[in-house]
Design a protein around this ligand. Structure first.
Ligand code: FCB
Length: 454
């Protein structure tokens, strides 16, 4: 299957939601103009060598000043829903104290603009842009930061209760924990195991507490969390130790977040490993009531986790060590991630088997292809279209096999700042000329638009 027009959607229920996703730091801009406070990604951009294309003073794709145009694009694309994130330092520049009315008004315009166009907003409170001041007191390892997050969540719920139904607390807490604090390729760029364990625990607590805070102000809200889960594949010789490591990776990537955030329970094998490595054993009694934060669960999925038995050594989280699509022998995208649509289907079943009663939204799925406009001015990203066709088919199949799947968001609406890769990796279905900021829908955007047209 190579084209989105070949995907058979007939088994999907009425009301299945199609969308596209973005995140504040990746698209908005506005630090230099004083429109928001500083965040840990501004800081990481200042560290020489941290961002592969040397991006400094990141302006995203200037969504802040292109808002109306981007809203019109969303409408043009026939989307039912749009997933975005609030920039915490835009609405509360230091993460404590005063909120910024100007920052709030930007999101008023965004949310009102979506609603006026008949599009359902889905808002994430934290997609990695922690106010820098909060990192100076220890970031997510410090429970005081959790209290501040809860206050921020409550404030946003109060302001938007009348207009936003779908809320997520966190985007991919695994990335915040391990990419940010174990291997340090993401902000805040720390490499420390005790910090890692503390962060893994505080994020779970923060989800439960912030969900309750949202519900206090917005009782009708549907609150969930967005997780990057995946099937874990072991390459090479399978020894009893390798099987055990496979379980551990599954625990670190999947069970810790699913069970912790949705059930308030920690997997004992992972608690044992954390304790063995750091002397710290997070106490699940500190998680509090998780019942407010499981109205839905978001899955971000790009590829299977692959690691080689020989690479195991739990101290650095083996799942991150060997994720290299080429190892797997599959086709890879321009960021080196492998095509694993069957793994997507499997992961949907994995979540559904654990929590059959919780609706699943695919909150991100997409592909990096760096196609530039051709001589005809069009962007012929047929590999992206083929990737999307295979993955969407795998998701639709899961739904027809009984998985409680209710929607799909493509990552991403626009080409944008791809974290430590800077602007060198393009995930958008809309091309952005980085000199002029002109937006041009790619072939995949035209095809997605046609596929979801009612
Ligand atoms: C996910 C992130 C998102 C984007 C995609 C490619 O891990 O949530 O911001 O970078 O990967």
């Amino acid at each position: 299957m190579k084209k989105l027009s070949e995907v058979n959607l007939s088994s999907l229920p009425q009301g299945f939601m199609w969308g596209a996703a973005t995140a504040s730091f990746q698209i908005e801009g506005g630090y230099a103009s004083g429109d928001r406070g500083r965040c840990i990604w501004d800081d990481l951009c200042d560290v020489p060598g941290a961002i592969s294309d040397g991006t400094k003073d990141c302006v995203g794709v200037e969504h802040l000043t292109h808002l109306e145009e981007d809203l019109d694009l969303i409408k043009w694309m026939n989307l039912d829903t749009y997933r975005f994130s609030f920039s915490w330092p835009r609405v509360q520049p230091t993460g404590s104290g005063e909120f910024s009315e100007k920052g709030m008004q930007f999101y008023d315009r965004l949310v009102d603009g979506l609603l006026a166009r008949g599009i359902i907003p889905n808002a994430t409170l934290y997609h990695w842009d922690l106010p820098s001041e909060l990192q100076t007191i220890g970031g997510w390892a410090n429970p005081v930061v959790v209290d501040k997050f809860v206050a921020y969540a409550e404030k946003m719920a109060e302001r938007f209760a009348d207009r936003i139904t779908y809320w997520a607390t966190f985007n991919e807490p695994w990335c915040t924990t391990y990419l940010g604090n174990t291997i340090g390729v993401h902000a805040p760029g720390i490499k420390d195991l005790p910090t890692t364990v503390k962060v893994a625990h505080q994020l779970v607590r923060a989800h439960a507490l912030a969900s309750a805070a949202i519900k206090r102000k917005a009782p009708k809200a549907k609150v969930g969390v967005v997780l990057n889960l995946g099937d874990q594949i072991l390459l090479g010789e399978s020894s009893p130790q390798a099987q055990k490591d496979l379980q551990t990776v599954d625990g670190l990537v999947n069970r810790w977040w699913l069970q912790g955030m949705l059930q308030g329970k920690y997997p004992v094998d992972i608690l044992d490993i954390f304790e063995e490595l750091t002397g710290i054993r997070p106490d699940e009694k500190e998680i509090a009531d998780t019942s407010n934060g499981r109205d839905w669960v978001g899955l971000n999925y790009y590829q299977a986790g692959v690691f080689k038995a020989a690479d195991t050594g739990i101290d650095v989280h083996p799942g991150t060590k060997a994720i290299d699509g080429a190892l797997f022998g599959n086709e890879v995208t321009d960021i080196g991630w492998s095509w694993t649509p069957d793994g997507f289907n499997k992961t949907l079943h994995y979540i559904n088997n654990m929590f059959p009663q919780i609706p699943i939204l695919i909150t991100e799925n997409g592909a990096c292809y760096n196609n530039e406009p051709g001589t005809d001015g069009e962007i012929h990203d047929d590999k992206r279209e083929e990737y999307l066709s295979l993955y969407i088919s795998a998701a639709v199949r899961a739904r027809s096999e009984g998985v409680n799947l209710v929607g799909y968001y493509v990552w991403s609406l626009l080409d944008n700042f791809e974290w430590s890769f800077g602007f060198s990796k393009r995930f958008g279905i809309v091309f952005v000329d980085l000199e002029t900021m002109k937006r041009t829908p790619k072939q995949s955007a035209h095809s997605y638009r046609a596929m979801i047209q009612k």
